[in-house]
Ligand binder design. Sequence first.
Ligand code: FO1
Length: 311
Amino acid sequence: MKIVAIAGGVGGAKLVDGLAQLLIPGDLTIIVNTADDFEHLGLYICPDVDTVCYTLAGLANPETGWGRLGETFQALENIRNLGGPDWFHLGDKDLATHLERTRRLQAGQLLSQVTRNFCQAWGVRHTVLPMSDQLVRTMVATDDFGELAFQEYFVHLNCKPKVNGFRFEGVDAARPAPGVLEAMQNADAIVFCPSNPWVSIDPILAIKGLRPAIALKTVVAVSPIIGGQTIKGPAAKMFTELGIQPSAVAVARHYGDLLSGYVLDIIDADLASEITIPCYITQTLMKNRDDRRHLAQDVLNFIQTLHSREN
Ligand code: FO1
């Protein structure tokens, strides 16, 4: 079965790892949000792409989900000593990724090309595609701080400002990266990973041509909200601040008629009656690699059930 996974950072990377444990490389393409990308210390940082690649390569820091395993922070300590910005925790190994990526981009390579080469170097055999080679930037509209660049909001201000909307700067001029539309066309199903709907999945859906391509397919989303809360990140807080009660139902409504089926946690089993599309209830919390594989297997089984209902 050919699957396209649409993913943001940490939560998305976990399900992607589960799918990668089950599917042969030619059968899994991961399309990753790049609207969290930013320039920092003169370097081009791609947090979600790196999180997905490090996770698939077995190089990710298991405590944070982002950054590298066995990381040191000597460069950051020395930047701090010089009075430079130290709020974004760039480790020494991770810095090598950003330095080399920046060098290649400045030499005229495309982000998709650099990502492909890095994946080869890290031994990632499944296809990881940035959503676009053009710059798209999530801007977070807040009550008290005006509009903030995403990482300023997310890391520097620790998601504290009250949010009242989002804007994806540059999205109108952005095109899907090479291979993205083709992967969607060839896919048997598309999986929305349990990533933040507002700032991880929506930027991908906002790229010209992607929503219509997705709408033609069997689409299954896994809820990033369990028992009204997010495991990591501000998705539940964002729903609340936007006047929507955070729940697995709210996420399903957010994606609306794009979805063919929806996976939600056992804790939220009662909510399935409020969702009008087929639901699959299972344990969605992924505490270890086995949990990731089990959830991925559930998602694949569910897709097969949906396909047999369609035929
Ligand atoms: N997230 C944090 O909460 N604090 C950090 O200092 C931080 C550093 C960082 C460095 C490299 C990287 O690839 C990711 C990093 N992240 C950090 C995660 C990242 O900002 C977010 O998880 C995503 O942008 C949201 O998907």
